[in-house]
Write a protein that binds this ligand. Structure first.
Ligand SMILES: [Zn+2]
Length: 267
């Protein structure tokens, strides 16, 4: 009988635990029919995972195996600190890449597909365009080369990143002040909910995907009660683009003009 690795068990436990917890303690009221939305998100995620598994990870693993330069290679540190520094450096690089995906019109075409989800839950973490993974490949290569990540650091970062992305997109209301306390170190569901707001100033905040430190460092951390957040993208096509076909085609059509401020809700 094939053995299941402890990491696979941890992954299944995280997904199963979050799935149950989202139902027991929802953070935000869902505004759209959930099952159709989730099926579309999972279908988009399947395409994304195919590109990551077939192209991105084999390329990055080969790069990491032969990585002899970059930040962690240049600083002599005990091994655990070297791994921590490598993961933190890769996480910091992603902070800037995330900003670029909003600021550069060509990159926003693809990242918009993620943001048009009108509700957020764990499946929103899967809602990325498969071509987005190809478009972000030069960044991923630079992220590995500049950080100096070796295979251990690459995989440690990937597991931390994937777990964090599932967690902070989840519709999970943590008990008491847990969310606020956790946000001292990590990106939390309440933090990332603000980034998914239709209001431009709110979307232009909370860029981190792992450690919240980068938002604190750059003054881009913003808090807001979740009941007051209108999630999605304020343009006329965002709801029509939710279907699987339109989500796949949207980046190759002209990006719709943003609605004027004060008219962000189409519900
Ligand atoms: Zn974003």
């Amino acid at each position: 009988m094939a053995r299941i690795s402890p990491l696979a068990i941890a992954g299944i436990a995280l997904i199963g635990g979050l799935w149950l917890a989202e139902r027991a303690r929802p953070l935000r009221r869902q505004t759209h029919e959930t099952s159709t939305r989730q099926v579309r998100n999972i279908a988009l995620g399947a395409g994304t995972m195919l590109v990551v598994t077939a192209i991105e990870m084999p390329l990055l693993k080969r790069l990491a195996k032969n990585n002899r330069h970059g930040l962690v290679q240049a600083i002599p540190l005990p091994r655990p600190l070297q791994v921590a520094l490598g993961v933190a450096a890769m996480d910091y690089a992603y902070y800037w890449w995330h900003i670029a995906t909003h600021r550069v019109p060509f990159l926003w075409r693809f990242h918009r597909v993620h943001h048009i989800d009108p509700d957020m839950d764990m499946t929103t973490a899967l809602r990325f365009h498969a071509v987005d993974m190809l478009v972000s490949l030069p960044f991923r290569v630079a992220q590995v080369v500049l950080s100096g990540a070796d295979p251990t650091i690459l995989m440690a970062h990937r597991r931390f990143f994937d777990a964090s992305v599932l967690f902070h997109h989840s519709n999970l209301r943590l008990p008491g002040r847990w969310d606020d306390s956790l946000s001292l170190v990590f990106t939390t569901p309440k933090m990332h909910g603000v980034h998914h707001s239709k209001v431009p100033e709110e979307m232009d905040s909370n860029w981190t995907s792992g450690l919240s430190l980068w938002d604190r460092l750059h003054g881009t951390l913003r808090r807001k009660p979740q009941d007051c957040i209108d999630i999605g993208v304020a343009d006329r096509a965002s709801l029509a683009d939710l279907t699987l076909g339109n989500s796949l085609l949207a980046p190759f059509r002209a990006t719709p003009e943003p609605l004027p401020s004060g008219n962000v809700s189409l519900r």
